[in-house]
Design a protein around this ligand. Structure first.
Ligand SMILES: Cc1cc2nc3c(=O)[nH]c(=O)nc-3n(C[C@H](O)[C@H](O)[C@H](O)COP(=O)(O)OP(=O)(O)OC[C@H]3O[C@@H](n4cnc5c(N)ncnc54)[C@H](O)[C@@H]3O)c2cc1C
Length: 471
């Protein structure tokens, strides 16, 4: 069977939906192929909570102002300069005027959630989270006549000299005048993660112990295809956004509620009962994304976040309660840690604490002395029961390897832009975000480039001859 439309959109998350909606609004017939079944639709976008927005003055749910320059400086800092300034600024500017369009398609916003990452100035939160956002977009797309197919994983593309010809789902061939690739990263491809992370000096394959925080359907099939077809790539396959999450989290789709946010309030030890990094290095929102990688480097890819009664109520509560004990040796035993080593670590830490004025909202003066590794802020003895421990493992949010593109979102082959193949979302986010992360920018990138890809693909389809009326 051959299906033929103007614009084929491959993927079913935020970037794909933005592209499909814009292409349809521009008058093209659109078919969207989502690998997941309907009940799991929406990719990682369904797990999101907010988008980072530039604004010059307070706006409905956004407080104060967040200028283009400040947003740009934030991006520059977190990426260490691994960003394309023109594309970054395009994203930033687009974030200032996309929300009216989003509202028209049924997305609602709410003020930032309190007690988490203090984002009321910079980030607009989705009412009902990312799940409500993708549901609204799917509803709007259906109403506009976008054809949607679920359980439709594209496994192969037919290209001719950088020109898109057809996509395949098994033996089924789907042709279209133009195509938008918006199929996410490759974080759910365990073989590829293994290849990227390799084997460590202990003979372990660290990635075997990673959980994937989002969808199981982002397997990077098309990224690999495009790589092999000679498309220009950007980013490093070993770079991924990784967070320390509850070791009890499921292998896929644990989402936001499996994050353990009490690291900076206590100490973290490894399987051998030893500390391995400064838990108080910087504010948690700036530092939470390094802990996935730190835990990945420990034996067995496991860590244990240990707190005492003083930390209770000061962090976003995880979905499962921690292991609780009235004494530290009991806690060590319950966690399966060697009690003497654990107690040595805790006693050394407690003795090294120099407590000044504890204040979790500033880089306070509570620190350790003559201890390696040091804890440079918020260091208070862990000495008031009951005590709690959370086993941690690395949770991959998304990978950074992607397709190189420009402000038209065209896929490039040897520096030459394809005339009918476009890319949006995580598949190209590495152009803006070479490494690091600042909360909410994933959705800003996907929305900006998804919308452009929709317009570009529709225009290219209209230019190329016979226009297929929408079904
Ligand atoms: C737990 C969690 C929380 C997050 N919170 C935020 C947040 O609050 N704010 C923020 O900005 N970012 C957040 N992110 C990152 C954010 O999810 C991504 O940046 C964004 O969703 C990327 O959108 P996308 O459309 O490119 O990819 P996705 O939403 O992942 O969509 C990819 C889609 O492609 C489909 N697909 C994959 N392969 C194929 C194939 N071969 N054929 C057909 N379809 C295919 C998948 O099924 C999926 O529908 C979070 C991520 C996670 C995991």
């Amino acid at each position: 069977m051959t299906v033929d439309v103007d614009v084929l959109v491959i993927g079913g998350g935020n970037a794909a939906l933005c592209a499909a909606l814009m292409a349809r609004e521009a008058g093209a017939s659109v078919l969207l192929l989502e690998a997941a079944p309907r009940e799991w639709r929406g990719g990682n976008s369904a797990h999101t909570r907010n988008l980072r927005c530039m604004h010059d003055a307070p706006q409905d749910v956004l407080t104060e102002a967040y200028s283009e320059e400040e947003f740009w400086q934030d991006l520059l800092k977190v990426t260490g300069g691994q960003t394309d300034e023109a594309l970054a600024r395009l994203t930033i500017r687009a974030s200032s005027n996309c929300r009216d369009w989003m509202r028209r398609h049924g997305v609602h916003f709410q003020p930032s959630l309190s007690g988490t990452l203090h984002l009321s100035r910079t980030n607009a939160f989705f009412m009902g989270g990312g799940k409500a956002l993708v549901n609204a977009y799917y509803r709007s797309a259906e109403q506009l006549g976008v054809q949607i197919r679920y359980s439709a994983p594209v496994d192969r593309l037919e290209l001719k000299d950088g020109h898109f010809v057809a996509a395949y789902i098994g033996d089924e061939r789907i042709t279209a005048k133009t195509c938008v690739l918006a199929a996410g990263g490759f974080e759910s491809n365990r073989e590829w993660l293994r290849e990227a992370w390799g084997q460590n000096e202990r003979g372990e394959w660290p990635s075997d112990n990673f959980a994937i925080r989002g969808t199981r359907f982002n397997r990077g099939v098309l990224l690999k295809e495009l790589m092999q077809a000679g498309a220009d790539m950007i980013g490093d396959p070993t770079q991924a956004h990784m967070v320390a999450i509850d070791a009890r989290a499921p292998l896929y789709d644990g989402g936001i509620c499996t994050r353990i946010d009490c690291v900076s309030l206590g100490v973290v030890v490894n399987r051998e009962g030893r500390r391995f990094y400064d838990e108080g290095e910087d504010f948690w929102p700036k530092r939470y994304a390094i802990w996935g990688r730190l835990v990945a480097q420990q034996p067995g890819q496991v860590g244990y976040s240990i707190i005492d009664a003083k930390a209770a109520g000061r962090f976003m509560p995880p979905v499962f309660p921690g292991t609780r004990a009235d004494t530290l040796p009991d806690l060590a035993q319950k966690l399966g840690l060697d009690v003497p080593t654990f107690m040595q670590t805790l006693n050394d830490y407690n003795a090294a604490c120099r407590v000044g004025t504890f204040d979790h909202t500033v880089l306070d003066d509570c620190h350790t002395e003559d201890l390696l590794p040091a804890k440079t802020h918020w260091a208070r003895p862990v000495d008031k029961g009951p005590f709690y421990g959370y086993a941690l493992k690395p949770g991959v949010t998304f990978t950074y390897l992607g397709l190189k593109t420009d402000e038209t979102t065209a896929v490039r082959f040897g520096g030459v832009s394809s005339d009918n193949l476009f890319v949006a979302g995580e598949m190209m986010a590495g152009n803006v975000l070479g490494k690091g992360y600042t909360a909410g920018v994933g959705m800003s990138i996907g929305t900006a480039f998804g919308r452009i890809a929709g317009v570009q693909s529709a225009q290219a389809a209209m230019k190329s001859g016979v226009h297929h009326a929408a079904a």
